[in-house]
Design a protein around this ligand. Structure first.
Ligand code: OXD
Ligand code: MN
Length: 590
């Protein structure tokens, strides 16, 4: 290979170089590669990844700049049982997290990292979570022995020189160390040390476990830092709804993994609403802080989308299809014979000669999925035709509404609004959802997932809920809080609501509520729209169907309250009393 100078320039920051030297001495790589984020470097790394067989170049006529990766089949999702919050005291991590004492975990993982990078390159990836210059933005540095991680981090964060510039001579950066080791499930740990602003991840190459800026820093460590510093790190999309008159309203929404945040963030209003536009600020994570004007401001710390491929198509998400048509890394989807990609729920029928996500020939008769259900695309947000200009605004956007939602076949109506902030926090805290493929576990079972943060809260969940209540004190104009469920089914197991673009009608009612323009009826569970209060232009949806979708079923709610008990018991010693009162009030209303 021709000689090159990529990766050879170490930064001037002495704290950073000393820490990198410490990890180098431990992991003993053949060489250290300082990533600068330049285009030339990207081309070099892509060529290297292809030469190593880590990436396959896809058909560049069909998918320019796109590459394909197959993971180890044992390493396809987040692993909550291997994810640890390492705080000095166990109750700082709380009952919903795995805990280990920091010293023990450091010792164990440093022992695993000893000599682990021999024969490999150790990449040093400085990155920003957040737009440059934002008061909320954080600097992280990820050390990794995976070129796949470097290339994904390049899409998901603002990486390289830009981060070093923001860091300057400061020692305030998240220290992340990642090594794939031998990718064995028994040697897989994703460990967070919130008090040290540090992360160590070993034994996995899966995005959610190893792109350390995302779940590890932006959510787990971020949520801890947020409580210390008076802000919030949330598992939320952020979007902007723009009316034909140019009025903009900003909304954040928390749904558990694989429940349609990306689709909702990129929604296209139905044709019957000309002039209405939705633009995307973020599809997975929001960092939020009260502003001087008493509103809650949000930024998206990420720069790309790490989205679930199956089910993504021209109907469910045209903007995503355009976004992933170039400069995208596909992981564990199926490969077509002409160097294209395919997954279940793709617009095209499966072509002959498909190779599945494990590289095996696949036909519809194979009896298995061609793409892994948690197969992913990693795509730059700049590709999104509906990207909001505000996605790069260091000030963030003022939120008018927060929406909570889960995947629920029963009980939860299409939409309702909380009576107030505390009631809204109760709705978020008691959120439930049927489990999906984004995490290893039992698919379909309903689990309580407060604010969709159960796998991502970096401290005691009871304290986290208290933090939510406390933030209200800094807000004179808080976002209104809503709950949605796109997934309610009828007795014959059919979805009651068509979803997709029609979700705009729900969103429009939300917007109109926040602006005092829409009416609602008071019910036992919150404020609900009547059929006549929805805008049905261009849609044929019967009043009876709507009523079924909005039904409050006493027996279902009784089961719901009983199933919430488990969470309340788990969190009992730190559960805010306000939430206990909310539950009592709900019981008496029902
Ligand atoms: C994700 C997840 O990848 O939540 O965003 O698992
Ligand atoms: Mn997510």
């Amino acid at each position: 290979m021709a000689t090159h100078t990529f990766g050879t320039v170490a930064p001037a920051n002495a704290t950073l170089t000393a820490w990198v030297e410490k990890i180098r001495a431990l992991a003993a790589p053949d060489r250290v590669f300082w990533v600068d984020g330049s285009v030339g470097e990207k081309e070099f790394l892509l060529a290297e990844a292809v030469a190593q067989g880590v990436l396959t170049k896809l058909n560049q006529d069909k998918l320019p700049g796109c590459y394909y990766h197959r993971s180890n089949p044992n390493d396809v999702a987040r692993v909550e049982q291997c994810t640890f919050i390492c705080t000095p005291a166990k109750d700082q991590a709380g009952p919903t997290n795995n805990w280990a004492a920091p010293r023990e975990m450091y010792e164990k993982l440093y022992a695993m990292l000893k000599g682990a990078m021999a024969g490999r390159t150790m990449y040093v990836v400085p990155y920003l979570m957040g737009p440059p210059g934002s008061p909320l933005t954080k600097v992280g540095v990820e050390i990794t022995d995976s070129i796949y991680v470097v290339l994904n981090m390049r899409i998901m964060s603002r990486m390289g020189k830009i981060a070093l510039e923001q860091l300057g001579a400061s020692d305030d950066f998240n220290r992340g160390v990642h090594s794939v080791l031998d990718c064995h499930p028994d040697r897989r740990f994703i460990a967070h040390f919130p008090q040290d602003n540090a992360i160590i991840s070993v034994g996995s190459g899966y995005g959610g476990n190893v792109l350390l800026g995302k779940k590890c820093l932006a959510l787990r460590v971020g949520s801890y830092l947020g409580r210390e510093q008076g802000w919030m790190a949330e598992h939320m999309l952020i979007l902007c709804v723009e009316s034909p008159a140019g009025e903009k309203t900003y909304v954040a929404a928390a749904f558990p993994s694989s429940c349609g945040k990306t689709n909702f963030a990129m929604l296209i209003p139905p044709a019957a609403f000309p002039g209405w536009k939705i633009t995307t600020i973020g599809d997975d994570i929001a960092w939020m802080k009260p502003g001087a004007d008493g509103k809650l401001y949000a930024i998206n710390p990420e720069a790309g989308y790490f989205g679930v491929a199956p089910g993504t198509n021209r109907k469910s998400n045209p903007n995503a299809m355009d976004t992933i048509a170039r400069d995208t890394i596909y992981t564990n989807v199926a490969l077509t014979p002409d160097g294209g990609v395919w997954w279940e729920g793709h617009d095209d029928p499966p072509p002959a000669g498909l190779l599945d996500w494990k590289g095996q020939p696949w036909t519809p008769e194979s009896g298995e999925k061609a793409a892994h259900p948690n197969s992913r695309f990693t795509a730059p947000m700049q590709n999104n035709p509906a990207l909001a200009a505000e996605a790069n605004d260091p000030q963030g956007v003022p939120l008018s509404a927060i929406i909570f939602g889960g995947r629920r076949a029963t009980t939860m109506p299409l939409i309702f609004q909380s009576f107030n902030w505390i009631h809204g926090v109760y709705l978020g805290a008691t959120m439930g959802s049927e489990m999906t493929a984004a995490a290893a576990g039992t698919i379909g079972q309903v689990r309580r997932d407060p604010m969709a943060m159960l796998p991502f809260c970096g401290y005691n969940m009871g304290d986290y809920l208290n933090h939510w209540l406390g933030i209200r004190r800094d807000l004179t104009d808080p976002p209104r809080i809503f709950h949605v469920n796109w997934f309610r089914k009828d007795a014959s197991d059919k979805f009651l609501w068509p979803g997709f673009g029609e979700n705009f009608r729900v969103l429009k009612w939300v917007i109109d509520r926040t602006r005092g323009r829409a009416r609602a009826s008071e019910t036992q569970i919150g404020w609900m729209p009547r059929y006549s209060e929805f805008d049905w232009t261009g849609m044929d949806y019967a009043r009876e169907q709507f009523q079924q979708c909005m039904r409050i079923d006493a027996a279902e709610w009784q089961r719901e309250l009983i199933s919430q008990t488990e969470l309340f018991l788990t969190l009992h010693d730190r559960l805010p009393k306000e939430l206990i009162f909310q539950r009592e009030l709900l019981i008496s209303r029902l």
